[in-house]
Design a protein around this ligand. Structure first.
Ligand SMILES: *Cc1c(COP(=O)(O)O)cnc(C)c1O
Length: 427
């Protein structure tokens, strides 16, 4: 018998490309059709057939306090009752901007937008305007949204689909983007020397999340800071995932390296569409209406999004939240590791706080090439076995898993029992 999800997917595929509004949601790499979600609560999502899953996707990062948190709901409902958009400044924007600038060391001024993609493309425009240069450096497997300049050797869905870039991005634009291996400072130096005087910006995920989680080696971020300083290149941290995920104040706080510009998204919107970019005042004051660099948005600073973001960040600001997230991420990954070890299954786990990826490989994973040594067939088996036991994982080897404050020790225990069976299944 066909499930309600399958029925909806058939209909959706006639109406939307692949039946989805964002490619990885179609579960193609998993060889199955996606679940259509009816609602979510705490650490659980519930599909249209009534199946309840323990959720490790968290809407790809934003749901750090869990789904439908009462405080977030209350804030959004209150905001909605006062009207959903005015296209005019509001007190909530001032409050969120103040909170972000206070928490994130690299932010002296900030501009709120509607998505991470908007944040990164605007930050690059600013960097190009400020330096008068055209080229940018990024890293293989780094994903910074779907803007033309950034779809070169990109991670996330681009990687899962196995395409190097995207048709429709003109060669002239793609050629302005130089992509090198993550954690490879020599490659960065070479690129900077080869394109001397032409590099406007270097953009990096300070903890990579879109080729699966890859941690920066100890000298990597300080090295990037130094190399950019020597050549007056604008250093951009794309903290769309890591901002308020790996620490209050983001990866720049955790690793003690301050970028010139920072991009935020995901967590700071608490599940509503938000992005932000900001940084040095002298740079941000080049944005219109103060300066000549144009960027605008009809729904930017939307009252519902501000309310959800503020409520989420206020919960995160309570004492002990990041310790709790760290403990949960640590416990879960250590236990899975131990199980795999007992079964002699090749498995590597990269984790920073409550974000992590389990790679089915023997090889340490410090860059894209090493991530690609993973046995994706085995991941697919693992994914399917977990789903059958009510655990919902990212439908790709090359994505981050997220734990939220709402995941209880019993939830994690349940996921570990499922994990033990799933690992046996894919031995
Ligand atoms: C998700 C993501 C983006 C894009 O954000 P959207 O809101 O999906 O446009 C950019 N950078 C990183 C690091 C991301 O993970």
């Amino acid at each position: 018998m066909i499930t309600h999800s399958e029925q909806l997917f058939q209909q959706a595929r006639r109406l939307m490309p692949g039946g989805v509004n964002s490619p990885v949601r179609a579960w193609r790499a998993m060889g199955m059709s996606p679940r259509f979600i009816a609602r979510a609560q705490g650490p659980h999502i519930i599909d249209v057939d009534g199946n309840v899953y323990l959720d490790f996707v968290g809407s790809w990062g934003p749901m750090i306090v869990g789904h439908a948190h009462p405080k977030v709901l209350e804030a959004v409902q209150k905001a909605a009752a006062a009207g959903t958009s005015y296209g005019a400044p509001t007190p909530a924007e001032v409050e969120l901007a103040d909170l972000l600038i206070d928490a994130v060391s690299g932010l002296e001024m900030v501009r709120l937008v509607n998505s991470g993609t908007e944040a990164t493309m605007s930050a690059l425009r600013l960097a190009r305007a400020a330096t008068g240069r055209k080229k940018i450096i990024k890293f293989d497997g780094g994903y910074h949204g779907h803007a033309d300049t950034l779809l070169v050797q990109a991670g996330s869905g681009v990687l899962t689909q196995g395409i190097p870039g995207s048709p429709g991005v003109p060669e002239e634009i793609a050629s302005l983007t130089i992509s090198v291996a993550y954690n490879d400072l020599n490659a960065v130096v070479q690129a900077m020397e080869h394109h001397a005087g032409d590099i406007a910006a270097l953009i990096v995920e300070p903890v990579a999340g879109n080729m699966g989680v890859v941690l920066p080696q100890p000298d990597f971020l300080p090295g990037l800071r130094r190399l950019c300083d020597q050549r007056s290149i604008v250093l951009i941290f794309d903290e769309v995932i890591t901002g308020f995920r790996v620490a209050w104040g983001g990866a720049q706080k955790k690793f003690g390296v301050t970028p010139d510009l920072t991009c935020l998204g995901k967590v700071i919107g608490g599940g509503l569409p938000v992005g932000a970019y900001g940084g040095r005042r002298d740079l941000m004051e080049q944005m219109a209406p103060v300066g000549p660099v144009y960027q605008a948005g009809t729904l930017s600073g939307n009252p519902l999004a501000m309310a959800a973001g503020l409520a989420t960040l206020k919960i995160l600001a309570e004492p002990g939240t990041y310790e709790d997230l760290e403990e949960k991420g640590c416990y879960f990954t250590e236990q899975i590791s131990a199980l795999a070890h007992l079964m002699k299954l090749p498995l590597r786990i990269n984790r920073e706080g409550s974000m992590f990826t389990i790679f089915f490989t023997d090889c340490p994973v410090n860059n894209l090439v090493e991530a690609q040594t993973s046995d994706t067939g085995r991941f697919q088996q693992f994914f399917q076995a977990m789903l059958a036991q009510g655990v919902y994982l990212p439908p790709s080897q090359f994505e981050a898993w997220f734990v939220s404050l709402a995941h209880s020790p019993e939830d994690l225990q349940k996921a570990l029992s499922a994990g033990e069976k799933a690992l046996l299944d894919c031995k």
